[in-house]
Write a protein that binds this ligand. Structure first.
Ligand code: TRP
Length: 411
Protein backbone atom coordinates (compact mmCIF):
# COMPACT_ATOMS: atom_id res chain seq x y z
CA UNK A 1 0.00 0.00 0.00
CA UNK A 2 1.34 3.41 -0.81
CA UNK A 3 1.75 6.18 1.73
CA UNK A 4 -1.20 8.19 0.55
CA UNK A 5 -3.67 5.34 0.90
CA UNK A 6 -2.29 4.44 4.27
CA UNK A 7 -2.56 8.03 5.32
CA UNK A 8 -6.18 8.07 4.21
CA UNK A 9 -6.93 4.95 6.19
CA UNK A 10 -5.45 6.27 9.38
CA UNK A 11 -6.57 9.84 8.99
CA UNK A 12 -10.03 8.94 10.22
CA UNK A 13 -8.57 8.11 13.60
CA UNK A 14 -7.46 11.65 14.12
CA UNK A 15 -10.49 13.68 14.99
CA UNK A 16 -9.82 17.29 15.78
CA UNK A 17 -12.42 19.57 17.25
CA UNK A 18 -12.75 21.28 13.90
CA UNK A 19 -14.37 18.14 12.52
CA UNK A 20 -16.92 17.89 15.27
CA UNK A 21 -20.39 18.81 14.12
CA UNK A 22 -23.83 17.32 14.34
CA UNK A 23 -25.38 14.96 11.89
CA UNK A 24 -28.98 13.84 12.01
CA UNK A 25 -30.46 10.36 12.08
CA UNK A 26 -31.09 9.19 8.58
CA UNK A 27 -33.99 6.80 8.26
CA UNK A 28 -33.14 5.37 4.87
CA UNK A 29 -29.66 4.36 5.97
CA UNK A 30 -31.16 2.27 8.72
CA UNK A 31 -31.12 -1.07 7.01
CA UNK A 32 -28.60 -0.45 4.29
CA UNK A 33 -25.32 -0.48 6.10
CA UNK A 34 -23.76 -2.92 3.69
CA UNK A 35 -24.84 -1.57 0.35
CA UNK A 36 -22.16 -2.19 -2.23
CA UNK A 37 -21.49 1.41 -3.20
CA UNK A 38 -18.90 2.03 -0.46
CA UNK A 39 -15.39 0.74 -0.45
CA UNK A 40 -15.52 -0.58 3.09
CA UNK A 41 -17.55 -3.10 5.02
CA UNK A 42 -18.38 -3.12 8.73
CA UNK A 43 -20.40 -5.90 10.32
CA UNK A 44 -20.00 -7.41 13.81
CA UNK A 45 -17.93 -10.19 12.26
CA UNK A 46 -16.02 -8.47 9.49
CA UNK A 47 -14.27 -5.12 9.17
CA UNK A 48 -12.77 -4.59 5.75
CA UNK A 49 -11.38 -1.78 3.60
CA UNK A 50 -10.62 1.85 4.32
CA UNK A 51 -12.95 2.93 7.09
CA UNK A 52 -14.46 6.36 6.64
CA UNK A 53 -15.96 7.14 10.03
CA UNK A 54 -17.98 10.09 8.76
CA UNK A 55 -19.64 7.85 6.23
CA UNK A 56 -20.27 5.24 8.91
CA UNK A 57 -22.18 7.80 10.98
CA UNK A 58 -24.41 8.45 7.97
CA UNK A 59 -24.69 4.82 6.98
CA UNK A 60 -25.67 3.68 10.47
CA UNK A 61 -27.73 6.80 11.24
CA UNK A 62 -25.91 7.67 14.47
CA UNK A 63 -25.00 11.08 15.93
CA UNK A 64 -21.57 12.60 16.08
CA UNK A 65 -20.30 13.47 19.55
CA UNK A 66 -20.32 17.26 19.60
CA UNK A 67 -18.36 19.78 21.59
CA UNK A 68 -21.57 20.64 23.46
CA UNK A 69 -21.99 17.03 24.48
CA UNK A 70 -18.39 16.92 25.70
CA UNK A 71 -19.07 20.03 27.79
CA UNK A 72 -22.13 18.36 29.20
CA UNK A 73 -20.01 15.35 30.24
CA UNK A 74 -17.44 17.67 31.78
CA UNK A 75 -20.05 19.49 33.81
CA UNK A 76 -21.31 16.23 35.30
CA UNK A 77 -18.20 14.06 35.49
CA UNK A 78 -15.61 16.77 36.08
CA UNK A 79 -13.07 15.26 33.76
CA UNK A 80 -13.49 14.07 30.19
CA UNK A 81 -11.70 10.82 29.60
CA UNK A 82 -8.91 11.15 27.00
CA UNK A 83 -10.48 8.44 24.84
CA UNK A 84 -13.53 10.67 24.55
CA UNK A 85 -11.64 13.93 24.19
CA UNK A 86 -9.35 12.51 21.53
CA UNK A 87 -12.25 11.28 19.47
CA UNK A 88 -11.65 7.56 19.91
CA UNK A 89 -15.27 7.49 21.05
CA UNK A 90 -16.77 9.55 18.27
CA UNK A 91 -20.41 8.69 17.79
CA UNK A 92 -23.51 7.95 19.87
CA UNK A 93 -27.21 7.41 20.07
CA UNK A 94 -29.12 9.01 22.95
CA UNK A 95 -26.04 9.60 25.11
CA UNK A 96 -27.46 13.11 25.61
CA UNK A 97 -30.73 11.59 26.79
CA UNK A 98 -28.85 9.37 29.28
CA UNK A 99 -27.08 12.45 30.67
CA UNK A 100 -30.41 14.29 30.98
CA UNK A 101 -31.92 11.41 32.90
CA UNK A 102 -28.85 11.26 35.10
CA UNK A 103 -29.22 14.95 35.86
CA UNK A 104 -32.75 14.31 36.99
CA UNK A 105 -31.45 11.72 39.44
CA UNK A 106 -32.21 8.66 37.41
CA UNK A 107 -29.37 6.15 37.35
CA UNK A 108 -28.53 4.05 34.30
CA UNK A 109 -26.86 0.70 33.70
CA UNK A 110 -23.83 0.14 31.53
CA UNK A 111 -23.74 -2.88 29.27
CA UNK A 112 -20.78 -4.12 27.23
CA UNK A 113 -19.17 -7.42 26.31
CA UNK A 114 -16.56 -9.55 24.70
CA UNK A 115 -16.64 -12.38 22.17
CA UNK A 116 -14.08 -14.83 23.61
CA UNK A 117 -12.45 -15.94 20.35
CA UNK A 118 -8.85 -15.55 21.51
CA UNK A 119 -6.59 -13.90 24.05
CA UNK A 120 -7.03 -10.22 24.88
CA UNK A 121 -4.70 -7.57 23.45
CA UNK A 122 -4.23 -3.93 24.33
CA UNK A 123 -6.68 -2.77 21.66
CA UNK A 124 -9.44 -4.69 23.43
CA UNK A 125 -8.73 -2.88 26.68
CA UNK A 126 -9.54 0.58 25.34
CA UNK A 127 -13.36 0.43 25.45
CA UNK A 128 -13.20 -1.37 28.80
CA UNK A 129 -10.93 1.25 30.33
CA UNK A 130 -13.46 3.81 29.15
CA UNK A 131 -16.33 1.77 30.57
CA UNK A 132 -14.60 1.74 33.94
CA UNK A 133 -14.35 5.52 33.80
CA UNK A 134 -18.10 5.68 33.16
CA UNK A 135 -18.78 3.26 36.01
CA UNK A 136 -16.65 5.35 38.38
CA UNK A 137 -18.05 8.71 37.33
CA UNK A 138 -21.71 7.73 37.18
CA UNK A 139 -21.63 5.02 39.84
CA UNK A 140 -23.40 2.71 37.39
CA UNK A 141 -24.09 -0.97 37.56
CA UNK A 142 -22.46 -2.86 34.72
CA UNK A 143 -23.55 -5.99 32.87
CA UNK A 144 -20.69 -7.60 30.96
CA UNK A 145 -21.59 -10.34 28.49
CA UNK A 146 -19.25 -13.05 27.16
CA UNK A 147 -20.72 -14.35 23.92
CA UNK A 148 -19.10 -17.78 23.89
CA UNK A 149 -22.03 -19.09 21.83
CA UNK A 150 -21.54 -16.43 19.14
CA UNK A 151 -17.85 -17.17 18.77
CA UNK A 152 -18.41 -20.92 18.56
CA UNK A 153 -21.12 -20.50 15.96
CA UNK A 154 -19.07 -18.09 13.89
CA UNK A 155 -15.69 -19.79 13.94
CA UNK A 156 -14.77 -22.45 11.41
CA UNK A 157 -11.96 -23.73 13.61
CA UNK A 158 -12.48 -23.12 17.32
CA UNK A 159 -13.77 -26.01 19.45
CA UNK A 160 -16.12 -25.46 22.37
CA UNK A 161 -13.31 -26.40 24.69
CA UNK A 162 -10.95 -23.78 23.25
CA UNK A 163 -13.65 -21.16 23.61
CA UNK A 164 -14.24 -22.18 27.22
CA UNK A 165 -10.55 -21.62 27.88
CA UNK A 166 -10.54 -18.20 26.20
CA UNK A 167 -13.68 -17.24 28.12
CA UNK A 168 -11.89 -17.90 31.40
CA UNK A 169 -8.72 -16.09 30.31
CA UNK A 170 -10.73 -13.11 29.03
CA UNK A 171 -12.68 -12.93 32.30
CA UNK A 172 -9.36 -12.41 34.11
CA UNK A 173 -8.56 -9.48 31.80
CA UNK A 174 -11.92 -7.85 32.38
CA UNK A 175 -11.59 -8.19 36.16
CA UNK A 176 -8.04 -6.76 35.93
CA UNK A 177 -9.49 -3.55 34.45
CA UNK A 178 -10.73 -2.81 37.97
CA UNK A 179 -14.51 -2.80 37.69
CA UNK A 180 -16.33 -2.57 41.04
CA UNK A 181 -17.21 -6.12 42.10
CA UNK A 182 -20.44 -5.11 43.89
CA UNK A 183 -21.67 -3.24 40.84
CA UNK A 184 -20.52 -5.55 38.03
CA UNK A 185 -22.06 -8.78 36.82
CA UNK A 186 -20.77 -11.15 34.15
CA UNK A 187 -23.04 -13.13 31.89
CA UNK A 188 -21.45 -16.06 30.09
CA UNK A 189 -24.07 -16.96 27.51
CA UNK A 190 -23.87 -20.75 27.71
CA UNK A 191 -23.89 -20.62 31.53
CA UNK A 192 -26.46 -17.91 32.08
CA UNK A 193 -28.80 -18.61 29.19
CA UNK A 194 -31.79 -19.12 31.47
CA UNK A 195 -31.73 -15.43 32.39
CA UNK A 196 -31.57 -14.36 28.76
CA UNK A 197 -33.75 -16.87 26.98
CA UNK A 198 -37.19 -15.60 28.02
CA UNK A 199 -36.28 -12.07 26.86
CA UNK A 200 -34.54 -13.39 23.74
CA UNK A 201 -37.66 -15.25 22.59
CA UNK A 202 -39.73 -12.08 23.02
CA UNK A 203 -37.24 -10.21 20.86
CA UNK A 204 -36.81 -12.95 18.27
CA UNK A 205 -40.53 -13.20 17.70
CA UNK A 206 -40.61 -9.57 16.59
CA UNK A 207 -37.83 -9.80 14.00
CA UNK A 208 -38.19 -11.33 10.55
CA UNK A 209 -35.43 -13.07 8.63
CA UNK A 210 -35.64 -10.36 6.03
CA UNK A 211 -34.89 -7.61 8.58
CA UNK A 212 -32.11 -9.64 10.22
CA UNK A 213 -30.39 -10.34 6.92
CA UNK A 214 -30.58 -6.68 5.93
CA UNK A 215 -29.12 -5.59 9.27
CA UNK A 216 -26.44 -8.25 9.65
CA UNK A 217 -25.73 -9.24 6.07
CA UNK A 218 -26.92 -12.86 6.53
CA UNK A 219 -27.29 -15.01 3.45
CA UNK A 220 -28.64 -18.45 2.59
CA UNK A 221 -25.31 -19.99 3.47
CA UNK A 222 -25.18 -18.49 7.00
CA UNK A 223 -25.60 -21.21 9.61
CA UNK A 224 -28.90 -20.96 11.44
CA UNK A 225 -27.20 -20.62 14.83
CA UNK A 226 -25.79 -17.27 13.73
CA UNK A 227 -29.16 -16.21 12.39
CA UNK A 228 -30.78 -16.97 15.73
CA UNK A 229 -28.01 -15.42 17.82
CA UNK A 230 -28.67 -11.62 17.73
CA UNK A 231 -31.53 -11.64 20.28
CA UNK A 232 -29.11 -13.19 22.79
CA UNK A 233 -26.84 -10.17 22.53
CA UNK A 234 -29.86 -7.87 22.62
CA UNK A 235 -31.32 -9.37 25.83
CA UNK A 236 -28.97 -7.72 28.36
CA UNK A 237 -30.29 -4.36 27.10
CA UNK A 238 -33.59 -5.19 28.82
CA UNK A 239 -32.34 -7.18 31.78
CA UNK A 240 -31.76 -4.04 33.93
CA UNK A 241 -35.45 -3.11 33.67
CA UNK A 242 -36.32 -6.64 34.81
CA UNK A 243 -33.77 -6.60 37.66
CA UNK A 244 -34.92 -3.18 38.86
CA UNK A 245 -38.61 -3.84 38.32
CA UNK A 246 -39.00 -0.54 36.44
CA UNK A 247 -37.94 1.01 33.13
CA UNK A 248 -34.17 1.47 33.45
CA UNK A 249 -31.97 3.27 30.91
CA UNK A 250 -28.94 1.42 29.54
CA UNK A 251 -25.81 2.86 27.92
CA UNK A 252 -23.64 0.61 25.77
CA UNK A 253 -20.00 1.58 25.18
CA UNK A 254 -18.75 -0.53 22.24
CA UNK A 255 -16.85 -0.38 18.97
CA UNK A 256 -19.10 0.74 16.13
CA UNK A 257 -19.04 -2.69 14.46
CA UNK A 258 -21.53 -3.83 17.13
CA UNK A 259 -24.07 -1.24 16.05
CA UNK A 260 -26.30 -3.57 14.00
CA UNK A 261 -27.29 -5.33 17.23
CA UNK A 262 -28.41 -2.09 18.82
CA UNK A 263 -30.33 -0.89 15.80
CA UNK A 264 -32.28 -4.11 15.85
CA UNK A 265 -32.83 -3.84 19.62
CA UNK A 266 -33.95 -0.23 19.48
CA UNK A 267 -36.52 -1.18 16.88
CA UNK A 268 -38.31 -3.60 19.19
CA UNK A 269 -37.66 -1.93 22.57
CA UNK A 270 -40.66 0.32 22.85
CA UNK A 271 -43.05 -2.29 21.51
CA UNK A 272 -41.83 -4.51 24.33
CA UNK A 273 -42.24 -1.79 26.96
CA UNK A 274 -38.53 -1.06 27.51
CA UNK A 275 -36.50 2.10 26.91
CA UNK A 276 -34.34 2.07 23.79
CA UNK A 277 -30.72 1.30 24.76
CA UNK A 278 -28.32 4.21 24.21
CA UNK A 279 -24.86 3.77 22.69
CA UNK A 280 -21.50 5.41 22.61
CA UNK A 281 -19.39 4.12 19.72
CA UNK A 282 -15.63 3.83 19.37
CA UNK A 283 -13.40 3.54 16.34
CA UNK A 284 -11.16 0.53 15.73
CA UNK A 285 -7.66 0.60 17.10
CA UNK A 286 -4.85 0.33 14.56
CA UNK A 287 -2.50 -2.64 14.82
CA UNK A 288 1.25 -2.21 14.95
CA UNK A 289 1.47 -3.51 11.39
CA UNK A 290 1.07 -1.60 8.18
CA UNK A 291 -2.72 -1.45 8.17
CA UNK A 292 -5.99 -2.51 9.68
CA UNK A 293 -7.11 -2.80 13.25
CA UNK A 294 -5.07 -4.62 15.90
CA UNK A 295 -6.08 -8.17 15.38
CA UNK A 296 -5.68 -11.47 17.19
CA UNK A 297 -5.43 -13.10 13.78
CA UNK A 298 -2.20 -11.15 13.16
CA UNK A 299 -0.52 -11.83 16.53
CA UNK A 300 2.74 -10.17 15.52
CA UNK A 301 0.95 -6.81 15.32
CA UNK A 302 -0.89 -6.99 18.65
CA UNK A 303 0.40 -6.67 22.22
CA UNK A 304 -1.37 -9.34 24.24
CA UNK A 305 -1.88 -8.86 27.97
CA UNK A 306 -0.02 -12.13 28.54
CA UNK A 307 2.99 -11.31 26.30
CA UNK A 308 6.37 -11.59 27.99
CA UNK A 309 8.54 -8.43 28.08
CA UNK A 310 10.92 -9.78 25.38
CA UNK A 311 7.98 -10.39 23.09
CA UNK A 312 6.65 -6.86 23.65
CA UNK A 313 10.13 -5.54 22.94
CA UNK A 314 10.32 -7.45 19.67
CA UNK A 315 6.82 -6.59 18.44
CA UNK A 316 7.37 -2.90 19.08
CA UNK A 317 10.81 -3.00 17.43
CA UNK A 318 9.31 -4.43 14.23
CA UNK A 319 6.21 -2.19 14.27
CA UNK A 320 5.35 -0.17 11.21
CA UNK A 321 5.85 3.59 11.64
CA UNK A 322 5.18 6.79 9.74
CA UNK A 323 8.92 7.41 9.42
CA UNK A 324 11.15 7.87 6.37
CA UNK A 325 13.37 5.16 4.94
CA UNK A 326 16.62 6.51 6.41
CA UNK A 327 17.69 8.68 9.34
CA UNK A 328 18.97 11.35 6.93
CA UNK A 329 15.63 11.53 5.15
CA UNK A 330 13.78 11.60 8.44
CA UNK A 331 15.88 14.56 9.63
CA UNK A 332 15.31 16.28 6.30
CA UNK A 333 11.63 15.59 5.61
CA UNK A 334 10.19 14.66 8.99
CA UNK A 335 7.83 11.76 9.62
CA UNK A 336 4.10 11.26 9.36
CA UNK A 337 2.76 10.72 12.89
CA UNK A 338 -0.88 10.54 11.80
CA UNK A 339 -0.13 7.42 9.78
CA UNK A 340 2.01 5.92 12.55
CA UNK A 341 0.56 3.26 14.86
CA UNK A 342 3.38 3.80 17.36
CA UNK A 343 2.34 7.44 17.66
CA UNK A 344 -1.30 6.44 18.20
CA UNK A 345 -0.45 3.84 20.80
CA UNK A 346 1.51 6.35 22.77
CA UNK A 347 -1.24 8.91 22.38
CA UNK A 348 -4.11 6.69 23.44
CA UNK A 349 -2.38 4.84 26.24
CA UNK A 350 0.57 6.70 27.65
CA UNK A 351 1.33 10.26 26.50
CA UNK A 352 -0.33 13.21 28.12
CA UNK A 353 -2.04 15.42 25.57
CA UNK A 354 0.76 17.92 25.80
CA UNK A 355 3.49 15.27 25.37
CA UNK A 356 1.64 13.84 22.44
CA UNK A 357 1.47 17.22 20.75
CA UNK A 358 5.19 17.76 21.34
CA UNK A 359 5.87 14.37 19.86
CA UNK A 360 3.76 15.23 16.82
CA UNK A 361 5.61 18.46 16.17
CA UNK A 362 9.04 16.98 16.73
CA UNK A 363 8.32 14.05 14.45
CA UNK A 364 6.98 16.23 11.65
CA UNK A 365 9.98 18.54 11.84
CA UNK A 366 12.48 15.68 11.68
CA UNK A 367 13.62 16.13 15.26
CA UNK A 368 12.47 12.76 16.47
CA UNK A 369 13.48 9.36 15.15
CA UNK A 370 11.27 6.27 15.07
CA UNK A 371 13.68 4.42 17.33
CA UNK A 372 13.02 6.95 20.09
CA UNK A 373 9.24 6.58 19.90
CA UNK A 374 9.57 2.81 19.77
CA UNK A 375 11.78 2.86 22.85
CA UNK A 376 9.14 4.95 24.67
CA UNK A 377 6.36 2.62 23.62
CA UNK A 378 8.27 -0.54 24.57
CA UNK A 379 9.18 0.89 27.96
CA UNK A 380 5.68 2.10 28.81
CA UNK A 381 3.96 -1.05 27.54
CA UNK A 382 6.24 -3.25 29.59
CA UNK A 383 5.49 -1.30 32.77
CA UNK A 384 1.77 -1.30 32.03
CA UNK A 385 1.64 -4.99 31.20
CA UNK A 386 3.70 -6.01 34.23
CA UNK A 387 1.16 -4.43 36.53
CA UNK A 388 -1.75 -5.70 34.46
CA UNK A 389 -0.43 -9.25 34.75
CA UNK A 390 -0.33 -8.98 38.54
CA UNK A 391 -3.93 -7.83 38.57
CA UNK A 392 -4.82 -10.71 36.26
CA UNK A 393 -3.23 -13.17 38.68
CA UNK A 394 -5.19 -11.71 41.57
CA UNK A 395 -8.37 -11.90 39.49
CA UNK A 396 -8.19 -15.71 39.64
CA UNK A 397 -9.34 -15.57 43.27
CA UNK A 398 -12.43 -13.46 42.68
CA UNK A 399 -14.02 -14.80 39.47
CA UNK A 400 -17.05 -16.18 41.32
CA UNK A 401 -17.82 -12.76 42.84
CA UNK A 402 -18.48 -11.31 39.40
CA UNK A 403 -20.87 -13.96 38.08
CA UNK A 404 -24.51 -13.01 37.65
CA UNK A 405 -26.71 -15.19 39.82
CA UNK A 406 -30.15 -13.84 39.02
CA UNK A 407 -30.21 -11.79 42.19
CA UNK A 408 -30.37 -8.04 42.48
CA UNK A 409 -27.22 -6.04 42.75
CA UNK A 410 -26.25 -4.84 46.21
CA UNK A 411 -27.83 -1.46 46.66
N1 TRP B 1 -20.33 -9.48 20.07
C1 TRP B 1 -19.28 -8.89 20.85
C2 TRP B 1 -17.91 -9.36 20.29
O1 TRP B 1 -17.84 -10.16 19.42
C3 TRP B 1 -19.38 -9.19 22.30
C4 TRP B 1 -20.49 -8.44 23.00
C5 TRP B 1 -21.62 -8.98 23.58
C6 TRP B 1 -20.58 -7.04 23.17
N2 TRP B 1 -22.39 -8.00 24.10
C7 TRP B 1 -21.78 -6.81 23.88
C8 TRP B 1 -19.74 -5.98 22.82
C9 TRP B 1 -22.15 -5.52 24.23
C10 TRP B 1 -20.11 -4.70 23.17
C11 TRP B 1 -21.30 -4.46 23.86
O2 TRP B 1 -16.89 -8.91 20.75
Amino acid sequence: MNGRRLFKRLRGLFVSYAHIMTSSDSEDSKYKQNSGEDEFKVTPWEVEGEIDYDKLIKRFGTQRITKELLNEVRSIAGKIHPLLRLGYFFSHRDFDWILDRYRSNESFYLYTGRGPSGMVHMGHLMPWIFTKYLQDKFNSNLLFQFTDDEKFLHSQILSRQEIRLYTYENILDVIAIGFKPQKTRFIVDTQHIKYLYPIATEIAKRITFSTASAVFGFSNSTNIGMIGFPPIQASPCFLPSIIEGKQTPVLIPAAIDQDPYWRMTRDVAERMGYPKPAQIHSKFIPGLGISGKMSSSKPETALFTTDEPEVVEKKVATAFTGGQATVQLQRLLGGNPIACPVFWYLRYFFDSERDSYDRLLKCKSGNLLCGECKADLAKESKIFLKEFKERREHAKNVVADFMYDGKEYEK
